[in-house]
Design a protein around this ligand. Structure first.
Ligand code: NDP
Length: 287
C-alpha cells in the first residue's frame, strides 16, 4: 500500500453518494504511476454541508477536489474564481486550491470533447444535436460551443431544466461563435430535420441507463443516417439500446466511459500539472 508521510497532499471527491465512484482508484493509480505524493479520498457530503467541508479543506490545505451530485452548483458559489465554462453553466466538478484561493472548473465537457476526438471524429465547425439539458448535457453544450462546434440544437426532453437552459443558451449565443437553439423534444419532425444534417447526435439524458436498459431516447430509428456519429453519456451499460440501434443503422458510436476517464485526466492535470497515464488507467479500470 501507499507510503503516506507528513508531506502527502490531499485530493478528494465530495458529494453524496460517493462510494460507487471510480475517481479514487483512477487518481491514486495515476499518482502512484507518476510518483506524485498525493492521496485521493471520497467523502460523503450532502449539499447543505458543502460550505463547512470547503472551509475545512481550505484550512487544511487540500490541493483540490472533485464534486459530484448534489454539490456541483453550490460549489461554484463557494469558489473565489470561476472558469469561463463554469461561469456559463453555473456548475463545476473540480476545484483547484492555490494557497487558499479556490478556482472552479468543469472538466466533464473537456472529457467529452477529448473522447469524441479520440474516437476519430472531428466536430469542430460542424452541427450537433444534443438531447437533454441536465448536468452532463449542459457541460457538453458549453464546452462544445466554446471549442468551436458551429451549431448546436438542444432538445429539452422534460421541463425541469428549461429556464436554466434558456439562460445558458442566451449566454452562449452572446459570447461564442456557436449558433445555439433550444427546442422542445415533443415535435419529432424538428428533431428529424436537426439530426439529418448533424455530424453528431448526443444523448445527454439518463434514458437507457441501467437498470432501464430497454429504454431509448430515439424510438424512431429511421432518424439515424450513416454520416452520423452517435454518442451516449451513459457508461452503464457501455452499449445502450440507443448505441446498439445506431450501430445497426450504420452509425459510428461512442459511449460515456472515456468521457469519464478524460474528465478525470483534465482534473488531474489542473491539480498536478501532469498528464494522467490514461492507457494504464484504461486497462485497469475502464475495460
Ligand atoms: P441530470 O439529472 O442532471 O440530468 C438528467 C437528464 O435526463 C435531464 O435532461 C432529464 O430531464 C433527463 N431525463 C431523465 N429521465 C428522463 C426520462 N425518463 N425521460 C426523459 N428525460 C429524462 O443528470 P446528469 O446529467 O448528471 O446525468 C445524466 C446521465 O449522464 C446519467 O446516465 C449519468 O450517469 C451520465 N453522466 C455521464 C458522465 C460521463 O462522464 N460519461 C458524467 C455525468 C453524467 P428532466 O430534467 O426534464 O428530468
Amino acid at each position: 500500500s501507499k507510503h503516506i508521510t507528513g508531506h502527502t497532499g490531499l485530493l478528494c471527491l465530495l458529494g453524496s453518494p460517493v462510494t460507487h465512484s471510480v475517481s479514487p482508484e483512477m487518481h491514486n493509480e495515476a499518482c502512484d504511476q507518476l510518483g506524485l505524493d498525493y492521496t485521493y479520498l471520497a467523502f460523503d457530503v450532502p449539499e447543505d454541508k458543502m460550505p463547512e467541508a470547503v472551509q475545512g479543506l481550505r484550512t487544511m490545505g487540500a490541493r483540490g477536489w472533485n464534486i459530484t451530485m448534489p454539490g456541483k452548483n453550490i460549489m461554484c458559489k463557494l469558489a473565489d474564481k470561476v472558469s469561463p465554462a463554469s461561469e456559463i453553466s453555473g456548475a463545476c466538478n473540480t476545484i483547484v486550491n492555490d494557497n487558499g484561493v479556490l478556482t472552479a472548473y468543469t472538466t466533464d465537457g473537456v472529457g467529452f470533447m477529448r473522447a469524441v476526438k479520440e474516437d476519430g471524429v472531428d466536430i469542430i465547425g460542424k452541427k450537433m444535436t444534443l438531447l437533454g439539458a441536465g448536468g452532463a448535457a449542459t457541460a457538453i453544450l458549453v464546452q462544445a460551443a466554446l471549442d468551436g462546434v458551429a451549431e448546436i440544437n438542444v432538445f429539452n426532453v422534460r421541463d425541469n431544466f428549461f429556464a436554466r437552459a434558456e439562460e445558458i443558451v442566451a449566454k452562449l449565443n452572446e459570447r461564442t461563435e456557436c449558433k445555439v437553439t433550444l427546442h422542445d423534444f415533443s415535435d419529432p419532425e424538428v428533431l428529424r430535420a436537426s439530426i439529418a444534417d448533424s455530424a453528431i447526435l448526443v444523448n445527454g439524458t439518463s434514458v437507457g441507463m441501467a437498470p432501464n436498459v430497454d429504454r431509448t431516447i430515439i424510438t424512431d430509428t429511421s432518424m439515424f443516417h450513416k454520416d452520423l456519429f452517435v454518442f451516449d453519456v451513459i457508461y452503464n451499460p457501455q452499449e445502450t439500446r440507443l448505441l446498439r440501434e445506431a450501430k445497426e443503422a450504420g452509425c459510428k458510436t461512442g459511449n460515456g466511459m472515456y468521457m469519464l476517464l478524460y474528465q478525470g485526466a483534465a482534473s488531474f492535470k489542473l491539480w498536478t500539472g501532469e498528464e494522467m497515464p490514461v492507457e494504464i488507467i484504461k486497462e485497469k479500470y475502464f475495460s
